[in-house]
Design a protein around this ligand. Structure first.
Ligand SMILES: [Zn+2]
Length: 431
């Protein structure tokens, strides 16, 4: 394999990529433009036991309302009606006082959020981006609830969660405690400790605004994820154009032969996952040790998710800081979804996520990202002579069958060079 890689690099050096200068001159026009981008900042929460009880209750209420909405949706649909999340929310709010008074224990954002999610789940289903919405199961689905921007406040070290203080005070009173200075106590108890300061917004800062937030439990830890809209000045990048091939074996291969591996950085952690899975299989069902292993496993998965996300950010950052034009394949996420009956695998998700991060980061530099259609034969075509041949899934080396050419090299590098050429062609057509 090493030999092939060496040949590969040499040949790339001999065949320089096309028309770099044409792109560079275009770039000057986009300087000093201000754009609005959405960012999210995820902060660890340190709730007290009383506060955690509220967070759990809010997640449970959200789960209940979502499931209620889904069941009603199905019932209305079967009765020949056309259900909508908005109509169901109205129906729910009408019944709430009599049938579900306990839902008043938590903020009404939970109701709003649950029906928003239901609407989105069906919109994704109708657009064939996702399967039919499923009922949420305790412990199995991700536990979270939404806060709308006018219902919470973020300070330096805390977030004020609506109805939280009230909830705790009522609980204390129900246990026979006499509460004095109610309002003051409610305010104090309603503030949950933040592990770090919110990065983007300052109250006096007019260039950014908070859109909303989600509180979520992952691997037994609580997080606040704040969505912010910020205005930023685009900073153009000097550099050559690049084509990117995204794949399962190697996450990204660039047309200048820069390579980003997928699993390698996480290899020893993935080995630990396998070990813990084996251990879990040996543990007795319902035993304490089994619970311990389960918790270890979920924390490990969480760590892997964080590292992967971090890795993807770094790759996207490296790419967008270095090149002034990006050619990218249009990903057939829908096709991938239909192929596998279940949810996207981690590497499927990584590919889509990386493409998304590259696009958003490129936007901050005003770097054009040109998508290449998914029927373009990037893998089958020889980038040097355009001869097309069939390629098996497991063929890692491209060998050109055209006797006049005979190029031999890395499969993904060939694809990246094809993507670059096609992307430059398409962008010159639209210019
Ligand atoms: Zn060829």
């Amino acid at each position: 394999m090493d030999n092939v890689d060496n040949v590969d690099t040499m040949i790339t050096m001999l065949t320089p990529t096309t028309s770099t200068s044409a792109i560079r001159t275009d770039r000057a026009n986009t300087a000093n433009t201000t754009i609005t981008v959405r960012k999210a900042h995820k902060i660890r929460l340190h709730p007290t036991a009383e506060q955690e009880a509220y967070l759990r209750r809010a997640c449970g209420t959200r789960r209940f309302i979502f499931n209620w909405g889904l069941a009603e949706w199905q019932r209305h649909y079967q009765a020949g009606e056309q259900p909508s999340a908005l109509a169901l929310k109205k129906l729910f709010n009408g019944l709430r006082g009599v049938e579900f008074p306990w839902t008043y224990d938590v903020t009404k954002c939970v109701v709003e959020g649950a029906f928003d999610d239901l609407g989105k789940a069906f919109a994704n289903f109708f657009a064939k981006r996702a399967g039919y919405p499923q009922f949420k199961k305790k412990g199995r689905s991700q536990e979270s609830f939404y806060l709308s921007n006018d219902k919470f406040t973020v300070g330096d070290q805390w977030v004020q969660v609506p109805v939280l203080g009230d909830f705790i005070v009522k609980q204390r009173e129900a246990q026979g405690e006499t509460v004095t200075k109610r309002a003051q106590l409610k305010r104090r108890l309603g503030k949950i400790n933040l592990a770090e300061k919110l990065r983007f917004t300052v109250k006096t800062d007019k260039t950014s605004k908070i859109l909303g937030a989600t509180i979520r439990c992952e691997a037994g830890w609580w997080f606040l994820s704040v969505q912010v809209e910020v205005q930023i000045a685009q900073t153009p990048v000097e550099g050559p154009p690049i084509g990117i091939d995204l794949g399962f074996m190697r996450l990204a291969t660039l047309s200048d032969d820069t390579r980003f591996e997928n699993q390698k950085p996480l290899r020893h952690l993935l080995a630990q996952v396998r070990f813990l899975n084996q251990q879990l299989a040996r543990r007795q069902k319902g035993s304490k040790n089994r619970e311990k292993t389960k918790r270890k496993l979920s924390r490990l998965h969480f760590r892997i998710r964080c590292l992967r996300e971090d890795l993807l950010h770094k790759i996207a950052h490296t790419i967008t800081e270095r090149y002034s034009f990006i050619g990218l394949e249009t990903l057939n996420v829908r096709g991938m979804f239909q192929n596998r009956q279940h949810a996207l695998s981690a590497s499927d998700a990584a590919i889509g996520r990386l493409a998304h991060l590259i696009e958003t980061k490129a936007q901050t530099h005003g770097t054009p990202v040109q998508r290449v259609g998914r029927f373009f034969p990037s893998t089958k075509r020889c980038h040097r002579c355009h001869h097309v041949r069939e390629m098996a899934e497991d063929e890692r080396t491209y060998v050109c069958f055209n006797p006049a050419c005979g190029w031999v090299g890395d499969r993904d590098l060939n694809a990246a060079l094809n993507i670059l050429e096609e992307a430059l062609r398409l962008s010159s057509l639209s210019a």
